[in-house]
Design a protein around this ligand. Structure first.
Ligand SMILES: C[S@@+](CC[C@H](N)C(=O)[O-])C[C@H]1O[C@@H](n2cnc3c(N)ncnc32)[C@H](O)[C@@H]1O
Length: 351
């Protein structure tokens, strides 16, 4: 691969003028080397990555000084982390704009609907709701450090050393999710669009891949995605969260997720359901395999039988209440079936 590009070649690759490249150099954010014989500037592959990065952040309206700081940081990253960072920035921006667009649509609908009522109140309510949603989405943090866990995750599933033995029937949970996902599907395999949220090291996605389905996995942990990709090169992976799914409306026929939904509290789960419904096609289905209780009564009965250590383990996360989930899905016009795998593991099918 060509490692040296003249200023004209570099400018042509990105469709910009040579003056722009000289300008970035003057500002100190590009530092092309000089040929020892003719003293002409030349650009290396690393310089091209810098140019791509500068242009991307300029599109987002970032000042050059901020871009300089980002570039100094990313220089220390490996190449995939570098692009993951860009992906995150772009995706957050798309998400922010989408929320704004939805908010404006909501306000317009409210103005039409409110007839003689106080329009200002409707606008204020919409604006407050949007800002509340943005706050909840922004405040989700990975308290469990999945990046750190990525390399040893598969081993810890096998060893299942926790107090609750939640992985005892791991394969049953994954197989049931797979079976329920493809049950009665009458679209050709390669046309079925499937999303695995919280894909982790890719064990659920593997079940679809070996049967010839295309599947894309998202996860908030880059390191988990790296492990999944190493194990299954055919798996498409993207950085993304339950609360910020990096896809457009009505893209998927099937959404699956295992052992991931319990990292969201009830309020976050409701927003995650909105997000899943947004990217799901109208007659699509969602299959969730995870730790859950049937309802609050069953939860309190079960908690009485557990040790203090087991209760602490449950309280460190947010096991779902199936009845509550059903009510949220019903509001969205969906039905829910549940399958009990063991004391805590359920698979729910939403259709
Ligand atoms: C316990 S692992 C399960 C991995 C895999 N689904 C499986 O069944 O083995 C949980 C995974 O969910 C991801 N995760 C947790 N919260 C998430 C969120 N809000 N959005 C996306 N991924 C999330 C974690 O990064 C981790 O990879």
């Amino acid at each position: 691969m060509n490692e040296r590009y003249s200023i004209n070649e570099a400018a042509e690759i990105f469709g910009i003028t040579t003056n722009k490249l000289r300008f970035y150099e003057k500002k100190g954010i590009l530092k092309p080397k000089r040929d020892t014989i003719n003293n002409y500037r030349y650009y290396t592959n690393d310089d091209l990555i810098r140019i791509q990065t500068i242009l991307m952040y300029r599109v987002l309206g970032l000042p050059l000084d901020d871009i300089k700081n980002i570039l100094d940081e990313v220089i220390k990253d490996n190449i995939i982390d570098h692009f993951y960072k860009q992906w995150e920035v772009i995706n957050d921006e798309i998400h922010r704009l989408r929320l704004m667009r939805d908010s404006i649509e909501g306000i317009m609908d409210d103005i039409y609907d409110s007839k003689g009522e106080n329009k200002l109140n409707k606008i204020m309510e919409s604006a407050k709701r949007i800002s509340q949603i943005r706050k909840i989405k922004a405040s989700w943090k990975d308290r469990w450090d999945f990046d750190d866990w990525a390399k040893t995750y598969d081993i810890s599933v096998k060893n299942d050393s926790g107090e609750l033995k939640i992985y005892e029937n791991y394969n049953d949970v994954l197989s049931t999710v797979y079976e329920e996902a493809i049950k009665g599907i009458n679209i050709e395999k390669h046309n079925v669009r499937i999303l695995d949220i919280g894909v982790g090291t890719g064990n659920l996605s593997e079940k679809f891949l070996v049967e010839g389905y295309d599947i894309v996995g998202i996860d908030q942990s880059r390191k988990m995605l790296n492990v999944a990709k190493q194990k299954f090169p055919n798996l498409k992976v993207r950085l993304g969260e339950f609360l910020n799914i990096p896809f457009d409306r009505n893209e998927f026929d099937i959404i699956v997720t295992t052992y991931a939904f319990h990292h969201l509290n009830d309020e976050e789960k409701e927003l995650a359901i909105d997000e899943m419904m947004r990217v799901l096609k109208d007659n699509g289905r969602i299959i969730i395999g995870d730790m859950m209780f049937e309802n609050s009564l069953e939860k309190s009965k079960l908690m009485k039988k557990l040790s203090k250590e087991q209760i602490d383990e449950i309280n460190d996360e947010y096991y779902s209440d199936i009845e509550k989930l059903e009510a949220v899905f019903n509001k969205q016009g969906k039905q829910l079936d549940k399958y009990k795998i063991d004391m805590l593991n359920f698979v729910i099918c939403v259709y």
